[in-house]
Design a protein around this ligand. Structure first.
Ligand code: FES
Length: 84
């Protein structure tokens, strides 16, 4: 199991799974869930290499490895710490 965490909470995510539900549990707000509104932007404090590559939608929104759209990411394995 992979893990998504903030400073004080962590949620398990299946290896290779989308992080959207875990982020909702952690309190990240969502809007379109299709990579176009930017509401779900998160900062990656640790473990950015454990996320899948940026989607086309994320690149169109100007994201980079440290700034992702939570509705677009999957976690490959390991732990990722987010700030939002
Ligand atoms: S919820 Fe709109 S970009 Fe993720």
């Amino acid at each position: 199991m992979a893990k998504l965490k903030t400073d004080d909470t962590e949620v398990e995510v299946q290896d290779g799974g989308k992080i959207i539900e875990a982020c909702e549990t952690l309190g990240v707000p969502f809007g379109c869930e299709q990579g176009t509104c930017g509401t779900c932007q998160i900062e990656i404090a640790e473990g950015e290499d454990n996320l899948t590559e940026l989607s086309d939608a994320e690149e169109d929104m100007g994201m980079d490895k440290k700034n992702r759209l939570a509705c677009q990411c999957r976690i490959k394995e390991g732990t990722v710490k987010i700030i939002y």
